[in-house]
Ligand binder design. Structure first.
Ligand SMILES: *Cc1c(COP(=O)(O)O)cnc(C)c1O
Length: 490
Protein backbone atom coordinates (compact mmCIF):
# COMPACT_ATOMS: atom_id res chain seq x y z
CA UNK A 1 0.00 0.00 0.00
CA UNK A 2 1.15 3.52 -0.76
CA UNK A 3 0.85 6.75 1.13
CA UNK A 4 -0.63 10.07 0.02
CA UNK A 5 -0.45 13.58 1.37
CA UNK A 6 -2.95 15.41 3.57
CA UNK A 7 -2.55 18.72 1.74
CA UNK A 8 -2.41 17.34 -1.79
CA UNK A 9 0.69 17.27 -3.94
CA UNK A 10 2.81 19.71 -5.87
CA UNK A 11 4.42 19.01 -9.25
CA UNK A 12 7.75 18.09 -7.71
CA UNK A 13 6.63 15.08 -5.75
CA UNK A 14 5.61 11.60 -6.77
CA UNK A 15 1.86 10.92 -6.62
CA UNK A 16 2.27 8.59 -3.71
CA UNK A 17 5.16 7.12 -1.75
CA UNK A 18 5.95 3.78 -0.16
CA UNK A 19 5.84 3.15 3.57
CA UNK A 20 9.65 3.29 3.73
CA UNK A 21 9.73 6.66 2.04
CA UNK A 22 7.00 8.02 4.31
CA UNK A 23 9.01 6.87 7.33
CA UNK A 24 12.34 8.28 6.22
CA UNK A 25 11.01 11.71 5.19
CA UNK A 26 7.75 12.15 7.09
CA UNK A 27 6.92 15.72 6.05
CA UNK A 28 5.02 15.89 2.74
CA UNK A 29 4.33 18.70 0.27
CA UNK A 30 2.98 21.99 1.61
CA UNK A 31 3.94 20.81 5.10
CA UNK A 32 1.35 18.02 5.03
CA UNK A 33 1.59 14.52 6.48
CA UNK A 34 1.45 11.08 4.89
CA UNK A 35 -1.65 8.94 5.26
CA UNK A 36 -2.47 5.52 3.84
CA UNK A 37 -4.23 5.65 0.47
CA UNK A 38 -6.95 3.41 1.86
CA UNK A 39 -7.32 1.58 5.15
CA UNK A 40 -7.55 -2.20 5.16
CA UNK A 41 -11.02 -3.45 6.07
CA UNK A 42 -10.79 -5.95 8.89
CA UNK A 43 -14.30 -6.23 10.21
CA UNK A 44 -15.67 -8.60 12.80
CA UNK A 45 -14.26 -11.64 11.04
CA UNK A 46 -10.74 -10.44 11.79
CA UNK A 47 -11.65 -9.79 15.43
CA UNK A 48 -13.17 -13.23 15.85
CA UNK A 49 -10.16 -14.82 14.20
CA UNK A 50 -7.86 -13.20 16.77
CA UNK A 51 -9.86 -13.85 19.89
CA UNK A 52 -7.25 -16.36 20.99
CA UNK A 53 -4.20 -14.74 19.41
CA UNK A 54 -1.22 -13.32 21.23
CA UNK A 55 -0.47 -9.61 20.91
CA UNK A 56 2.27 -10.37 18.41
CA UNK A 57 0.09 -12.62 16.25
CA UNK A 58 -2.60 -9.96 16.12
CA UNK A 59 0.00 -7.30 15.32
CA UNK A 60 1.59 -9.33 12.58
CA UNK A 61 -1.68 -10.03 10.83
CA UNK A 62 -2.83 -6.42 11.10
CA UNK A 63 0.46 -5.11 9.71
CA UNK A 64 0.32 -7.59 6.84
CA UNK A 65 -3.07 -6.17 5.78
CA UNK A 66 -1.36 -2.79 5.20
CA UNK A 67 0.94 -4.46 2.65
CA UNK A 68 3.91 -2.29 3.58
CA UNK A 69 7.34 -2.66 1.98
CA UNK A 70 9.05 -4.10 5.06
CA UNK A 71 10.38 -7.67 5.07
CA UNK A 72 8.62 -10.18 7.28
CA UNK A 73 11.78 -11.02 9.21
CA UNK A 74 12.21 -7.32 10.08
CA UNK A 75 8.60 -7.17 11.28
CA UNK A 76 9.17 -10.31 13.35
CA UNK A 77 12.29 -8.86 14.92
CA UNK A 78 10.49 -5.56 15.63
CA UNK A 79 7.51 -7.27 17.27
CA UNK A 80 9.76 -9.53 19.34
CA UNK A 81 10.58 -6.48 21.46
CA UNK A 82 7.14 -6.80 23.05
CA UNK A 83 8.55 -9.96 24.67
CA UNK A 84 10.67 -7.67 26.86
CA UNK A 85 7.61 -5.99 28.37
CA UNK A 86 6.61 -6.91 31.95
CA UNK A 87 4.41 -9.83 30.93
CA UNK A 88 5.62 -11.63 27.87
CA UNK A 89 2.23 -13.24 27.33
CA UNK A 90 0.43 -9.88 27.38
CA UNK A 91 2.31 -6.59 26.92
CA UNK A 92 -0.90 -4.55 27.37
CA UNK A 93 -3.03 -5.64 30.34
CA UNK A 94 -6.58 -4.28 30.50
CA UNK A 95 -7.90 -3.83 34.03
CA UNK A 96 -11.45 -3.30 35.24
CA UNK A 97 -11.48 -0.24 37.50
CA UNK A 98 -15.16 0.35 38.08
CA UNK A 99 -18.53 -0.46 36.55
CA UNK A 100 -18.09 -0.14 32.79
CA UNK A 101 -14.64 1.50 33.05
CA UNK A 102 -11.63 -0.50 31.90
CA UNK A 103 -8.08 0.80 31.77
CA UNK A 104 -5.71 -0.37 29.08
CA UNK A 105 -2.17 -0.07 30.42
CA UNK A 106 0.21 1.06 27.69
CA UNK A 107 3.22 1.60 29.96
CA UNK A 108 4.73 -1.82 30.58
CA UNK A 109 7.74 -1.26 28.31
CA UNK A 110 11.32 -0.28 29.15
CA UNK A 111 10.75 3.47 29.71
CA UNK A 112 7.41 3.14 31.55
CA UNK A 113 5.31 5.28 29.21
CA UNK A 114 3.13 4.62 26.19
CA UNK A 115 5.77 5.89 23.75
CA UNK A 116 7.42 2.45 23.93
CA UNK A 117 4.37 0.82 22.30
CA UNK A 118 5.31 2.33 18.96
CA UNK A 119 8.92 3.44 19.33
CA UNK A 120 10.23 0.03 20.35
CA UNK A 121 9.34 -1.69 17.05
CA UNK A 122 9.82 1.55 15.07
CA UNK A 123 13.54 1.65 15.94
CA UNK A 124 14.17 -1.71 14.32
CA UNK A 125 12.13 -0.86 11.24
CA UNK A 126 13.84 2.50 10.63
CA UNK A 127 17.31 1.10 11.18
CA UNK A 128 16.67 -1.79 8.81
CA UNK A 129 15.44 0.52 6.03
CA UNK A 130 18.53 2.71 6.50
CA UNK A 131 20.83 -0.31 6.33
CA UNK A 132 19.14 -1.68 3.26
CA UNK A 133 19.57 1.63 1.47
CA UNK A 134 23.07 2.06 2.82
CA UNK A 135 22.17 5.49 4.19
CA UNK A 136 22.82 7.16 7.53
CA UNK A 137 20.12 8.97 9.45
CA UNK A 138 20.11 11.49 12.24
CA UNK A 139 17.05 11.58 14.46
CA UNK A 140 16.68 14.90 16.22
CA UNK A 141 14.30 14.91 19.15
CA UNK A 142 13.22 17.61 21.55
CA UNK A 143 11.50 16.07 24.52
CA UNK A 144 9.49 17.15 27.53
CA UNK A 145 10.28 13.78 29.06
CA UNK A 146 8.71 10.67 27.49
CA UNK A 147 9.69 10.66 23.81
CA UNK A 148 13.38 11.22 24.61
CA UNK A 149 13.93 8.15 26.79
CA UNK A 150 11.84 5.96 24.45
CA UNK A 151 13.72 7.14 21.33
CA UNK A 152 17.14 6.65 22.97
CA UNK A 153 16.17 3.21 24.21
CA UNK A 154 14.98 2.01 20.82
CA UNK A 155 17.90 3.33 18.74
CA UNK A 156 20.64 2.41 21.20
CA UNK A 157 23.43 0.67 19.21
CA UNK A 158 21.27 0.32 16.09
CA UNK A 159 23.13 0.53 12.80
CA UNK A 160 22.91 3.55 10.47
CA UNK A 161 21.02 5.73 12.94
CA UNK A 162 22.25 8.38 15.34
CA UNK A 163 20.09 10.23 17.84
CA UNK A 164 20.54 13.68 19.32
CA UNK A 165 18.04 14.36 22.04
CA UNK A 166 17.43 17.80 23.54
CA UNK A 167 15.72 18.21 26.90
CA UNK A 168 15.11 21.21 29.14
CA UNK A 169 17.47 20.89 32.11
CA UNK A 170 15.29 21.04 35.22
CA UNK A 171 12.12 20.70 33.13
CA UNK A 172 11.64 16.92 33.39
CA UNK A 173 11.09 14.59 36.31
CA UNK A 174 14.19 13.00 37.89
CA UNK A 175 13.22 9.60 36.50
CA UNK A 176 12.83 10.98 32.98
CA UNK A 177 16.17 12.81 33.14
CA UNK A 178 18.00 9.79 34.53
CA UNK A 179 16.49 7.58 31.83
CA UNK A 180 18.19 9.83 29.29
CA UNK A 181 21.51 10.73 30.88
CA UNK A 182 22.35 7.16 31.88
CA UNK A 183 22.03 5.93 28.26
CA UNK A 184 25.52 5.00 27.16
CA UNK A 185 26.01 4.27 23.46
CA UNK A 186 28.20 5.76 20.75
CA UNK A 187 25.26 6.62 18.51
CA UNK A 188 23.37 8.58 21.18
CA UNK A 189 23.86 12.15 22.34
CA UNK A 190 21.76 13.70 25.08
CA UNK A 191 21.89 17.46 25.46
CA UNK A 192 20.41 19.44 28.32
CA UNK A 193 19.42 23.00 27.45
CA UNK A 194 19.34 25.89 29.86
CA UNK A 195 15.69 26.78 29.29
CA UNK A 196 12.21 25.28 29.12
CA UNK A 197 10.77 22.70 26.70
CA UNK A 198 9.71 25.39 24.22
CA UNK A 199 13.32 26.60 24.05
CA UNK A 200 14.49 23.09 23.20
CA UNK A 201 11.73 22.72 20.61
CA UNK A 202 12.39 26.13 19.04
CA UNK A 203 16.13 25.50 18.97
CA UNK A 204 15.43 22.31 17.08
CA UNK A 205 13.15 24.06 14.56
CA UNK A 206 15.80 26.71 14.09
CA UNK A 207 18.39 24.03 13.47
CA UNK A 208 16.22 22.25 10.90
CA UNK A 209 15.98 25.51 8.96
CA UNK A 210 19.69 26.34 9.22
CA UNK A 211 21.57 26.26 5.87
CA UNK A 212 24.95 25.78 7.49
CA UNK A 213 23.61 22.81 9.43
CA UNK A 214 22.09 21.24 6.31
CA UNK A 215 25.34 21.74 4.39
CA UNK A 216 27.34 20.15 7.21
CA UNK A 217 25.00 17.13 7.28
CA UNK A 218 25.30 16.73 3.53
CA UNK A 219 29.06 16.79 3.78
CA UNK A 220 28.93 14.05 6.41
CA UNK A 221 26.46 12.12 4.24
CA UNK A 222 23.79 12.11 6.93
CA UNK A 223 20.05 12.58 6.27
CA UNK A 224 17.50 13.81 8.78
CA UNK A 225 14.43 11.91 9.86
CA UNK A 226 11.98 12.29 12.75
CA UNK A 227 10.70 9.98 15.43
CA UNK A 228 7.73 12.02 16.62
CA UNK A 229 4.16 11.00 15.90
CA UNK A 230 3.94 12.85 12.60
CA UNK A 231 5.83 9.76 11.42
CA UNK A 232 3.33 7.17 10.19
CA UNK A 233 5.83 4.51 11.22
CA UNK A 234 4.73 5.24 14.76
CA UNK A 235 1.01 5.53 14.06
CA UNK A 236 0.80 2.11 12.43
CA UNK A 237 1.94 0.44 15.67
CA UNK A 238 -0.59 2.50 17.61
CA UNK A 239 -3.57 0.96 15.86
CA UNK A 240 -2.83 -2.52 17.19
CA UNK A 241 -3.33 -1.96 20.91
CA UNK A 242 -6.81 -0.49 20.40
CA UNK A 243 -7.87 -3.71 18.70
CA UNK A 244 -6.09 -5.76 21.35
CA UNK A 245 -7.80 -3.85 24.19
CA UNK A 246 -11.22 -4.48 22.69
CA UNK A 247 -10.45 -8.18 22.32
CA UNK A 248 -9.32 -8.24 25.96
CA UNK A 249 -12.77 -6.99 26.98
CA UNK A 250 -14.39 -9.77 24.97
CA UNK A 251 -11.97 -12.33 26.47
CA UNK A 252 -12.83 -11.13 29.96
CA UNK A 253 -16.53 -11.55 29.22
CA UNK A 254 -17.07 -7.82 29.69
CA UNK A 255 -18.49 -7.23 26.21
CA UNK A 256 -20.09 -9.32 23.53
CA UNK A 257 -18.30 -9.37 20.18
CA UNK A 258 -19.68 -6.46 18.15
CA UNK A 259 -20.81 -4.40 21.14
CA UNK A 260 -19.67 -0.79 20.81
CA UNK A 261 -17.34 0.83 23.35
CA UNK A 262 -15.90 4.26 24.00
CA UNK A 263 -12.17 4.76 23.58
CA UNK A 264 -11.06 7.46 26.01
CA UNK A 265 -7.60 8.83 25.21
CA UNK A 266 -5.39 11.30 27.12
CA UNK A 267 -4.23 13.40 24.19
CA UNK A 268 -1.43 15.73 23.22
CA UNK A 269 -0.22 15.36 19.67
CA UNK A 270 -3.25 13.12 18.90
CA UNK A 271 -1.22 10.09 17.78
CA UNK A 272 -2.82 7.74 20.28
CA UNK A 273 -6.34 8.94 19.43
CA UNK A 274 -5.61 8.72 15.70
CA UNK A 275 -4.62 5.08 16.13
CA UNK A 276 -8.03 4.46 17.73
CA UNK A 277 -9.80 6.32 14.93
CA UNK A 278 -8.08 4.19 12.27
CA UNK A 279 -8.89 1.01 14.21
CA UNK A 280 -12.54 2.11 14.21
CA UNK A 281 -12.49 2.82 10.46
CA UNK A 282 -10.99 -0.63 9.95
CA UNK A 283 -13.93 -2.23 11.72
CA UNK A 284 -13.51 -1.99 15.49
CA UNK A 285 -16.93 -1.50 17.14
CA UNK A 286 -16.56 1.99 18.63
CA UNK A 287 -19.31 4.28 19.89
CA UNK A 288 -17.13 7.38 20.03
CA UNK A 289 -13.59 8.46 20.79
CA UNK A 290 -13.36 10.72 23.82
CA UNK A 291 -10.44 13.14 23.84
CA UNK A 292 -9.14 14.02 27.29
CA UNK A 293 -6.92 17.04 27.84
CA UNK A 294 -5.38 19.07 30.63
CA UNK A 295 -5.52 22.87 30.99
CA UNK A 296 -4.05 23.15 27.47
CA UNK A 297 -7.53 22.47 26.15
CA UNK A 298 -7.41 23.42 22.45
CA UNK A 299 -8.73 19.99 21.49
CA UNK A 300 -11.76 20.34 23.77
CA UNK A 301 -12.65 23.65 22.12
CA UNK A 302 -12.16 22.20 18.64
CA UNK A 303 -14.41 19.23 19.31
CA UNK A 304 -17.05 21.14 21.24
CA UNK A 305 -17.17 24.39 19.20
CA UNK A 306 -15.38 23.69 15.92
CA UNK A 307 -12.77 26.35 16.62
CA UNK A 308 -9.02 25.83 16.72
CA UNK A 309 -7.82 29.14 18.05
CA UNK A 310 -4.28 29.79 19.19
CA UNK A 311 -4.57 33.58 19.32
CA UNK A 312 -4.12 34.78 22.91
CA UNK A 313 -3.08 31.25 23.77
CA UNK A 314 0.07 30.15 25.54
CA UNK A 315 1.17 26.74 26.69
CA UNK A 316 0.75 26.38 30.43
CA UNK A 317 2.85 23.98 32.48
CA UNK A 318 0.70 21.27 34.07
CA UNK A 319 0.95 18.12 36.17
CA UNK A 320 0.55 16.11 32.93
CA UNK A 321 3.41 17.64 30.90
CA UNK A 322 3.33 15.12 28.01
CA UNK A 323 0.03 16.72 27.04
CA UNK A 324 1.20 20.35 27.23
CA UNK A 325 0.77 20.91 23.51
CA UNK A 326 -1.07 23.56 21.51
CA UNK A 327 -0.35 22.51 17.93
CA UNK A 328 -1.63 18.98 17.90
CA UNK A 329 -0.12 17.63 14.68
CA UNK A 330 -2.21 14.54 14.04
CA UNK A 331 -5.52 16.40 14.02
CA UNK A 332 -4.55 17.15 10.41
CA UNK A 333 -4.92 13.47 9.51
CA UNK A 334 -8.47 13.48 10.89
CA UNK A 335 -9.33 16.64 8.94
CA UNK A 336 -8.04 14.97 5.80
CA UNK A 337 -10.04 11.83 6.41
CA UNK A 338 -13.27 13.71 7.08
CA UNK A 339 -13.01 16.70 4.73
CA UNK A 340 -10.43 15.89 2.04
CA UNK A 341 -7.12 17.43 1.05
CA UNK A 342 -8.37 20.77 -0.33
CA UNK A 343 -10.20 21.69 2.84
CA UNK A 344 -7.32 20.39 4.97
CA UNK A 345 -4.87 22.59 3.12
CA UNK A 346 -7.20 25.57 3.56
CA UNK A 347 -7.63 24.99 7.30
CA UNK A 348 -3.93 24.38 7.90
CA UNK A 349 -3.05 27.51 5.91
CA UNK A 350 -5.44 29.45 8.15
CA UNK A 351 -3.76 28.01 11.21
CA UNK A 352 -0.34 29.06 9.93
CA UNK A 353 -1.30 32.53 8.73
CA UNK A 354 -4.02 33.51 11.24
CA UNK A 355 -3.16 31.20 14.11
CA UNK A 356 -6.76 29.95 14.00
CA UNK A 357 -9.34 28.10 11.92
CA UNK A 358 -13.03 27.40 12.21
CA UNK A 359 -15.08 24.48 10.95
CA UNK A 360 -18.48 24.99 9.35
CA UNK A 361 -21.57 23.83 11.23
CA UNK A 362 -21.83 20.72 9.06
CA UNK A 363 -18.16 19.91 9.51
CA UNK A 364 -18.47 20.26 13.26
CA UNK A 365 -21.40 17.86 13.37
CA UNK A 366 -19.41 15.36 11.27
CA UNK A 367 -16.49 15.67 13.69
CA UNK A 368 -18.78 15.26 16.69
CA UNK A 369 -20.20 12.04 15.32
CA UNK A 370 -16.73 10.59 15.91
CA UNK A 371 -15.39 12.52 18.88
CA UNK A 372 -16.32 14.15 22.14
CA UNK A 373 -13.95 15.86 24.55
CA UNK A 374 -13.38 17.42 27.93
CA UNK A 375 -10.43 18.68 29.93
CA UNK A 376 -9.37 18.20 33.52
CA UNK A 377 -7.20 20.56 35.54
CA UNK A 378 -4.39 19.50 37.87
CA UNK A 379 -6.40 19.73 41.10
CA UNK A 380 -9.27 17.73 39.64
CA UNK A 381 -6.76 15.21 38.37
CA UNK A 382 -5.26 14.78 41.85
CA UNK A 383 -8.74 14.31 43.28
CA UNK A 384 -9.40 11.52 40.75
CA UNK A 385 -6.06 9.90 41.56
CA UNK A 386 -6.86 9.87 45.27
CA UNK A 387 -10.50 8.80 44.94
CA UNK A 388 -9.83 6.05 42.44
CA UNK A 389 -7.06 4.72 44.64
CA UNK A 390 -9.13 4.83 47.80
CA UNK A 391 -12.44 3.64 46.37
CA UNK A 392 -11.36 1.26 43.64
CA UNK A 393 -7.83 0.31 44.69
CA UNK A 394 -6.38 1.51 41.39
CA UNK A 395 -3.40 3.86 41.18
CA UNK A 396 -2.92 5.95 38.07
CA UNK A 397 -0.72 8.74 36.80
CA UNK A 398 -1.84 12.34 36.14
CA UNK A 399 -2.19 11.84 32.35
CA UNK A 400 -4.50 8.89 32.81
CA UNK A 401 -6.47 10.82 35.44
CA UNK A 402 -7.66 13.31 32.80
CA UNK A 403 -9.80 10.47 31.36
CA UNK A 404 -11.77 10.11 34.59
CA UNK A 405 -13.36 13.52 34.19
CA UNK A 406 -14.45 13.01 30.57
CA UNK A 407 -15.61 9.53 31.48
CA UNK A 408 -18.10 11.27 33.79
CA UNK A 409 -19.03 14.17 31.54
CA UNK A 410 -18.99 12.69 28.02
CA UNK A 411 -20.09 9.08 28.15
CA UNK A 412 -23.38 7.26 28.40
CA UNK A 413 -22.86 5.17 31.58
CA UNK A 414 -24.50 2.12 29.96
CA UNK A 415 -21.75 1.85 27.38
CA UNK A 416 -18.37 0.47 28.35
CA UNK A 417 -15.26 2.62 28.21
CA UNK A 418 -11.69 1.65 27.48
CA UNK A 419 -9.52 4.44 28.88
CA UNK A 420 -5.81 4.42 28.12
CA UNK A 421 -3.16 4.69 30.78
CA UNK A 422 -0.14 6.31 29.15
CA UNK A 423 2.38 6.34 32.01
CA UNK A 424 3.26 4.38 35.10
CA UNK A 425 2.97 6.00 38.54
CA UNK A 426 6.79 5.86 38.81
CA UNK A 427 7.24 8.52 36.15
CA UNK A 428 5.30 11.31 37.82
CA UNK A 429 5.67 10.32 41.43
CA UNK A 430 5.84 13.75 43.17
CA UNK A 431 2.38 14.67 41.80
CA UNK A 432 0.94 11.31 42.80
CA UNK A 433 2.45 11.35 46.30
CA UNK A 434 1.02 14.83 46.71
CA UNK A 435 -2.42 13.62 45.56
CA UNK A 436 -2.39 10.69 47.97
CA UNK A 437 -1.00 12.25 51.14
CA UNK A 438 -0.60 15.98 50.53
CA UNK A 439 3.17 15.73 50.89
CA UNK A 440 5.42 17.92 48.78
CA UNK A 441 8.52 16.08 47.61
CA UNK A 442 11.29 17.82 45.75
CA UNK A 443 12.81 14.54 44.60
CA UNK A 444 11.31 11.57 42.82
CA UNK A 445 13.10 9.06 45.02
CA UNK A 446 11.31 10.30 48.16
CA UNK A 447 7.94 10.32 46.40
CA UNK A 448 8.54 6.85 44.94
CA UNK A 449 9.28 5.40 48.35
CA UNK A 450 6.31 7.10 49.93
CA UNK A 451 3.89 5.84 47.25
CA UNK A 452 5.41 2.41 47.41
CA UNK A 453 4.57 2.31 51.12
CA UNK A 454 1.13 3.92 50.89
CA UNK A 455 -0.04 1.83 47.95
CA UNK A 456 1.93 -1.27 48.78
CA UNK A 457 3.51 -1.34 45.33
CA UNK A 458 7.07 -2.26 44.43
CA UNK A 459 9.22 0.25 42.62
CA UNK A 460 10.18 -1.61 39.40
CA UNK A 461 13.87 -2.54 39.28
CA UNK A 462 14.52 -0.57 36.10
CA UNK A 463 13.28 2.59 37.82
CA UNK A 464 15.04 2.01 41.12
CA UNK A 465 18.28 1.14 39.32
CA UNK A 466 18.36 4.53 37.63
CA UNK A 467 19.32 6.26 40.86
CA UNK A 468 22.60 4.35 41.16
CA UNK A 469 23.40 4.00 37.46
CA UNK A 470 26.43 5.88 36.14
CA UNK A 471 25.74 9.18 34.38
CA UNK A 472 26.97 8.79 30.79
CA UNK A 473 25.74 12.07 29.32
CA UNK A 474 26.61 15.31 31.05
CA UNK A 475 26.34 17.96 28.33
CA UNK A 476 24.35 21.01 29.42
CA UNK A 477 24.60 24.01 27.16
CA UNK A 478 23.01 27.28 26.07
CA UNK A 479 20.61 26.91 23.18
CA UNK A 480 22.87 29.01 20.92
CA UNK A 481 25.50 26.24 21.05
CA UNK A 482 23.30 23.34 19.93
CA UNK A 483 24.38 23.27 16.29
CA UNK A 484 28.07 23.17 17.21
CA UNK A 485 27.46 20.46 19.79
CA UNK A 486 25.54 18.20 17.41
CA UNK A 487 28.11 18.57 14.64
CA UNK A 488 30.81 17.67 17.12
CA UNK A 489 28.87 14.52 17.97
CA UNK A 490 28.44 13.52 14.32
C1 LIG B 1 2.95 11.29 24.61
C2 LIG B 1 2.06 11.14 25.77
C3 LIG B 1 0.70 11.48 25.72
C4 LIG B 1 0.07 12.11 24.49
O1 LIG B 1 -0.04 11.22 23.42
P1 LIG B 1 -0.36 11.75 21.96
O2 LIG B 1 -0.27 10.57 21.09
O3 LIG B 1 0.71 12.77 21.65
O4 LIG B 1 -1.71 12.37 21.98
C5 LIG B 1 -0.09 11.27 26.83
N1 LIG B 1 0.44 10.78 27.98
C6 LIG B 1 1.74 10.45 28.07
C7 LIG B 1 2.26 9.96 29.38
C8 LIG B 1 2.60 10.60 26.98
O5 LIG B 1 3.90 10.27 27.10
Amino acid sequence: MNFIQTRGIDENRPQSVTFSQAILAPIASFGGLYVPETLPELGEEFLTKHLNSSYKELAKDMLSRFEIDIDTDVIDEALSLYDEFDDKSNPVPVVKVKENLYISELYHGPTRAFKDMALQPFGIVLSSIAQKRNENYLILAATSGDTGPAALETFKNRANVQVACLYPDGGTSDVQRLQMVTEDAKNLKVIGINGVFDDAQNALKHLLASDSFKAALKEKDVSLSAANSVNFGRIIFQIIYHIHSYLELVRQGATAMGEKVYLNVPSGNFGNALGGYYAWKMGLPVEKIIISSNENNVLTTLIKDGKYDLRNCEVVGTTSPAMDILKSSNVERILFDLFGYKRTRELMNDLESKNAYELTKDELSTLRECFDADFCNGDEGKKYIKETFENDGYLMDPHTATCLKSYETCSNPDIKTIAYSTAEWTKFSPVIANALTGEVDAHDIDALESISKTANLEIPAMVKGLFTKEIAQDTIIEKEDIEKEILKFL
